[in-house]
Structures are given as C-alpha cells and as structure tokens.
Design a protein around this ligand. Structure first.
Ligand code: CDV
Length: 309
C-alpha cells in the first residue's frame, strides 16, 4: 500500500473586501484540522486567496493586477508554506499568477512536504468571455484576465506517487485526464469556482451543476484508473452563489468523501495509490487497448466538422 492521506480543504465564500491575510488565516485553520486528522497532503481550491474576481468587469489594468500574485511564496502566503513544512504536509492551491514578463495565468502549484514547489500548472480551458456581456445574468471574464496556460498537463513524481493538476473547467474535458493518464497519473488534484446557476441558462441550477461536477470527476477517475480530488470555493460571494460539493473519487470512479456544506469544510481520506494499479493493468491498460490510428481528430481538429450531406 502507498497511502496519501489527503485533506480536501473546501473554502466557503470569500467576499471582495476580504484580505489575503484573512483568507490565509482560514486556510491555516483548515491545515491545523488536517494535521489533527493525520493528513499528509492538503488541497485548496482554484484562486484560493481571493474572491472569484473574474465576475467583476474591470478596465483599469492596475485594478486587475491587484488580484494577482507576483511571486510565490509572498508575504501573504509564506505562513502557509511554513506551517505545511512544519507539519511535513504536501500542499496544493490555486492563485492568479502575474509573471515577471507581465503574463497573466490562472495557476496552481504543488508543494512537497519540505516546502519546495515541485509542480506548477496553468489553466488550459478558460471559460467565459473577454468583453462585458449584457446577455448574461452575471459576468465570467476569465478570457479577459488570463491567457490560456502554457504548461500542458504534466505529471510529477513526488510524495511516493505520480500527481497531476488541473483547474475547474479543465475537469469537464476528457482530454485533460487522458493526457495525464498517459503519463501514469495516480492522483489528480483540482480546485474550482463554479457558479450555482448557469449565467446563460437560468434553469440550470445547483442540482444540475453538482451533477455535472460529479459526472466529470468520476468519469475522469474511472477512465484513467486514478484518484481525483476536486475541491470547491463555495457559497455566496457578494450575492453570487458558488456550488460546494467538493469530493474525493477513487480509481473505480466511486465517491469516497463529499462535502455537505458551502463553508470552510475538510474532507480527509486515506488514498492508496496502489489501488490505481488494477484498472491500469486490465480494462484501461492503454498500451494493449488504445487504437490511436482512430483518434487523429482529437488533436487535428478543434471544433465540430460535420460529415458531407
Ligand atoms: N472557474 C470556472 O472555470 N468555472 C466554470 C464555469 C464558468 C462553468 C466551470 O467549469 O465550473
């Protein structure tokens, strides 16, 4: 057995006026709880340090940049790195990254138990739009504030296993998991901020959104025989609700832990990375069963091309 005792640390709402220092204090409280429960790794959501700012339309670049981190760790996040190191706990969280070259990414990192950043992933599938959209019930301006990630979907050998990351909307795309699956991934870590209602379809509410969340994560886990942990930023941020439903899914695609609130909430599960082996050696033994001669369209083509009439 190769056990990673994973703490999925859901965060409740973060209001626009809330400081990073206050959020980090909440994250440290969850880390303390995780330590008390024997966790060896803790996962926090996408854009964990602030409110989900892409819902706000901004034209002033200085105002936009104030939501971004120019270095990691920085003064606000150093306490997280220090406490995780003291506890011997690996850690992953998401943040808005502004690079020295002035590039903007929706990023997450993987930090090992010694406090070293061993992995960085930049969000590939950016949802939403780049200009103010009057047809929507509310804005989702990720395409305005971020550029698509340039990392692809690497897998890192650390903490006794093979770990990958993706962010929020990435979880809905089978390609995300398969690219990691082809590198033998044993645990995918992901965080999300998912509005409780579809901004373009009022009757797609929280039930349907939680269903799509489970469906995507469970399918990704099963079809690649990997653990997947998905952790939400949840609850009502300045009048804009986000789903909770954080979950840990085993390599059979079954949910082993699921959040019940829309607040700060910790899920802890002892995940045996060796449980990935059976599926990878049998029904999803890619080397034996995949037929890549028929998959060319997946990388040759982006949108739908209809067959001739
Ligand atoms: N932060 C996100 O990527 N949210 C999307 C919403 C807009 C659908 C998601 O896939 O959950």
């Amino acid at each position: 057995m190769r056990i990673v005792t994973l703490a999925a640390a859901q965060l409740g709402p973060i209001q626009r006026a809330e400081s990073r220092q206050h959020v980090v204090a909440r994250m440290l409280e969850l880390m303390d709880q995780a330590k008390a429960k024997g966790a060896t790794m803790i996962l926090y959501p996408e854009l964990a340090l602030t409110t989900f700012f892409p819902r706000w339309y901004m034209e002033d670049q200085a105002e936009v940049d104030a939501w971004f981190e120019r270095e990691m760790p920085n003064a606000a996040t150093l306490p997280l790195f220090e406490r995780a190191k003291e506890y011997g706990m690996a850690m992953s969280f998401g943040y808005a990254e502004l690079t020295p070259e002035g590039r903007h990414f929706n990023t997450c990192i993987l930090v090992d138990r010694t406090g070293k950043i061993v992995g960085k992933y930049r969000k590939t599938h950016l949802p939403g739009h780049s200009e103010f959209d009057t047809s929507r019930a509310f804005q989702h301006l990720e395409k305005r504030y971020f550029e698509p990630g340039d990392t692809g979907f690497p897998v890192w050998r650390t903490e006794g296993g093979l770990f990958g990351m993706c962010i929020c909307n990435d979880r809905r795309w089978p390609e995300t998991y398969r690219v990691m699956g082809l590198q033998g991934v044993e645990m995918v870590l992901l965080g999300y901020n998912t509005p409780s209602v579809n901004s373009q379809k009022a009757d797609e509410g929280p039930e349907k959104r939680l269903f799509h969340n489970r469906l995507s994560v469970q399918a990704g886990a099963y079809q690649n025989s990997t653990w997947v942990a998905a952790v939400a930023k949840a609850g009502n941020e300045d009048g804009f609700p986000l789903i909770g439903g954080s979950l840990i899914v085993d390599p059979n695609g079954e949910i082993v832990a699921e959040a019940t609130t829309e607040d700060d909430e910790l899920l802890v599960h002892a995940c045996d990375l060796d449980a990935t082996k059976f599926g990878k050696a049998t029904i999803f033994d890619f080397a034996r069963h995949r037929r890549i001669e028929h998959y060319g369209r997946i990388t040759a083509q982006t949108g739908v091309e209809l067959p001739p009439e």
